[in-house]
Design a protein around this ligand. Structure first.
Ligand SMILES: Cc1ncc(COP(=O)(O)O)c(C=O)c1O
Length: 403
């Protein structure tokens, strides 16, 4: 059992208008609540400065284009990348589908293999199954170690030159386990595979520098990073993006169009067909400013302390089974003996504690854990010790009700 560290609240609760007093929101891994600066940025964009981007010759549109592209520069700085390597997409799901379709879809052939892990979100499984079916490639799955981390020793033993693509989660959305990305990338590059990292749960919880991680693609969603829904980022190495065909056709992604022949814009525009989610991009910029001002090291320490406190308190209840490693990043999955996780979540909700219960879009992981579902508490910058107390009191009530 870990020793609970003192939780030092980040004192941000007042920044979040949709969290009323006394409500413990512990479902940040699904989607985060929005701080006032993000709400304000969205309201200002629609209410004061709104216009299209990249097309208008009038001043308002030129200004909006500058704001849109400034957000791209901000995203790049946030993850240690170059702006032209950052593609705005709808979210992590779309980013993975884009890479699977456009990169893997043009490179894979029968006999090639894709390596995934047992803990992947369905978003990092199904697009690869679709491209495997299309190209004749096969999928292998890296198992987890006893604590619920992707077993990199097992991965080292599995990797073969046929593995052309490796796609892994940086942080598990169920177990909170953190991948040693650098080691995973070195192993995969050792056989010449291309590596995509699903950073959905990592980017809101840890400092991320794609250059230091060494991966080839990195994806995340804005709505888990205190930003709006409908916007996310695909980062890819410039030379890989350059070589990728577009996956959607339409306005903005072209160089010249004629009925005889169309040529395409260079990345990132090549992958941003149609009018983009302009206001979402501005909201994401505000979210990154907000998170960076708090500091991802401070957020990571804060969530680590919350996890330690929650795990210690829940472990004292005999009927609770905890999943995942002790040093998980901001996410604690658990089960109460003899009680369905949906009942746990319903009873907690009666006590104004919002957690997630279900398979968390990770059915293969549920099967590996030998359960249908888990209860999951996931933390954000607005949570503090009072939320852990409310969670533990709620779980104690569950055990009383179910005897
Ligand atoms: C690890 C992980 N990957 C991918 C996704 C998909 O993200 P989105 O639904 O925002 O595209 C999620 C969302 O829960 C996630 O937690």
């Amino acid at each position: 059992m870990s020793t609970a560290t003192t939780v030092r609240p980040l004192d941000t609760l007042a920044d979040f208008p949709a969290i009323p007093a006394g409500w413990s929101y512990l479902d940040t891994a699904a989607t985060s609540q929005k701080p006032q600066p993000v709400v304000d940025a969205i309201a200002r964009a629609y209410g004061e400065t709104y216009a299209t981007v990249h097309r208008g010759v009038y001043q308002r549109s030129a200004d909006m284009t500058l704001a849109y592209e400034a957000a791209r520069v901000r995203v790049a700085r946030f993850i240690g990348a170059e702006p032209n390597e950052c593609v705005f997409v709808r979210g992590a799901t779309e980013a993975i589908n884009l890479v699977a379709h456009s990169h893997a879809g043009t490179h894979l052939k029968p006999g090639d293999r894709i390596l995934l892990s047992m803990l992947e979100h369905h978003s990092n499984i199904v697009p690869w199954q679709m491209v495997a079916e299309r190209t004749g490639a096969a999928i292998d799955v890296v198992p987890l170690d006893a604590e619920g981390r992707i077993d990199l020793d097992a991965m080292a033993a599995m990797l073969r030159p046929e593995h052309r693509m490796v796609a892994l989660s940086h942080v598990s959305n169920v177990l909170g386990s953190v991948l040693d990305v650098r080691r995973a990338v070195d192993l995969a590059h050792g056989v010449g595979a291309t590596v995509l990292i699903d950073g959905c749960q990592a980017v809101p919880r840890l400092p991320v520098d794609v250059a230091a991680l060494g991966c080839d693609f990195y994806v995340f969603s804005g709505h888990k990073l205190y930003g709006p829904t409908g916007i996310g980022v695909l980062w890819g190495r410039a030379e890989l993006l350059d070589a990728m065909p577009p996956w959607q056709g339409g306005g903005s992604m072209i160089d010249r169009v004629s009925f005889e022949r169309t040529t395409y814009a260079p990345p990132p525009g090549r992958f941003e067909a149609g009018t983009p989610h302009i206001v979402g991009v501005l909201g994401l910029h505000a979210a990154i400013d907000y998170v960076d001002a708090l500091g991802l090291d401070a957020i990571h320490a804060h969530e680590g302390a919350l996890v330690a406190q929650a795990r210690d308190a829940l472990a004292r209840l005999n009927s609770v089974r905890l999943f995942g490693p002790e040093d998980s990043a901001g996410i604690v999955s658990f089960a109460v003996e003899g009680v369905h996780p949906h009942d746990v979540a319903t009873i907690l909700d009666e006590g104004r504690v919002a957690i997630r219960a279900g398979h968390h879009c990770a059915q293969p992981l549920m099967a590996a854990l030998g359960v249908e579902a888990t209860a999951r508490a996931s933390f954000g910058v607005y949570n503090g010790p009072a939320d852990i107390d409310a969670l533990v009191k709620g779980v104690e009530r569950v055990t009383r009700i179910f005897g």
